[in-house]
Write a protein that binds this ligand. Structure first.
Ligand code: SAM
Length: 298
């Protein structure tokens, strides 16, 4: 069963962090003229109407992107958010915030003429919507396909540089473990690609297991040095609190060297600006091993 609809969550705090990171990665790829490829295994519908039924029934964006735009942003935060907010602003030229970019739209709007994107979406109606959205964009290929199964076959891309985003819905209990296994063929075949893995901070045991398991496996296989792994998490309430998702973040393999500095400015600011109650916080660290350096603020 596929019940997850991202339209109910588009633009929330978790999207803000994930999409700011993706936009920074894309921006960094553009520093060199050589083309790159974006591979998005769980693409969604591409962009979201914040005036639509789903967003009206579940206006999570009001405590996410809307607050980011309303809050005064110091220069370092502005720099960290620049490529992301550039897209959000380009989609919202009127007085109100009405549209929000999904990961495909961020790619579409930040890519250049010769860059390419390969998008997988398994949900039938969503895949159709996504396909229609980019039908006239020759840079973008859409496939209705299981993104997990596709990953290993889609890397390394011809361009030999680029970004892989794995952003599953986590509607099944064992999705974290499933993701951990499904990404291994792709990491083995393309250890130099930049990979962004999104995961919720809900079952903290499961997310820790994912992070540590991934780092240890990468070292054991000789695929990545400790400094090639970065983990960034944000929580807007006490993680132990009941109810809606309180925290989430990304694990990035081969992050651009500029990302850590941007996140160090961005995360404390986001934790304050997007707080929904007591116990908001953030964490930024490298390889998740015993001797790793860690910055945390609770
Ligand atoms: N990456 C998108 C973004 O940032 O805008 C949001 C993606 S949403 C969190 C997850 C999507 O994965 C949903 O649209 C869902 O239909 C789709 N999906 C679920 N299982 C899938 C699978 N095995 N392969 C590809 N897509 C899948």
């Amino acid at each position: 069963t596929m019940n997850y609809r991202h339209a109910f969550h588009a633009g929330n705090f978790a999207d803000v962090l994930k999409h700011a990171v993706i936009a920074q990665c894309l921006d960094h790829l553009k520093a060199k003229p050589k083309p790159f490829r974006v591979i998005d295994s769980h693409a969604g519908v591409g962009a979201y109407d914040l005036t639509g039924d789903a967003a009206r029934r579940s206006p999570e964006w009001q405590a996410g992107i809307a607050r980011v735009l309303e809050t005064k942003r110091p220069a370092a935060v502005e720099a960290a958010l620049a490529p992301y907010l550039k897209v959000v602003k380009a989609m919202n030229t009127g007085a109100d915030l009405t549209a929000y970019p999904g990961s495909p739209e961020l790619a579409a709007r930040l890519m250049r003429q010769d860059d390419r994107a390969h998008l997988c979406e398994l949900h039938e109606a969503d895949a159709k919507t996504l396909d229609a959205r980019y039908a006239r964009d020759a840079r973008i290929k859409v496939e209705r396909r299981d993104g997990y199964k596709a990953l290993g076959a889609l890397v390394p891309p011809r361009e030999k540089r680029g970004l892989v985003l794995v952003d599953p819905p986590f509607e099944h209990r064992d999705e974290m473990a499933h993701m951990a296994e499904a990404i291994k063929p792709a990491l083995t075949k393309w250890p130099t690609g930049t990979f962004v893995f999104w995961r919720p901070l809900k079952d903290l045991w499961a997310s820790e297991r994912f992070d540590v398991g991934l780092a240890e496996w990468l070292f054991e296989e000789g695929l990545a040095a400790p400094e090639k792994i970065l983990r960034a998490d944000l929580w807007v309430r006490d993680l132990e609190s009941e109810g809606k998702l309180a925290g989430a973040g990304v694990v990035v393999i081969n992050p651009p060297f500029t990302l850590e500095g941007h996140l160090l400015a961005l995360l404390p600011w986001l934790a304050e600006a997007l707080a929904q109650g007591d116990g908001a916080g953030w964490r930024l660290d490298g390889a998740v091993t015993d001797d790793s350096l860690s910055v945390e603020e609770f």
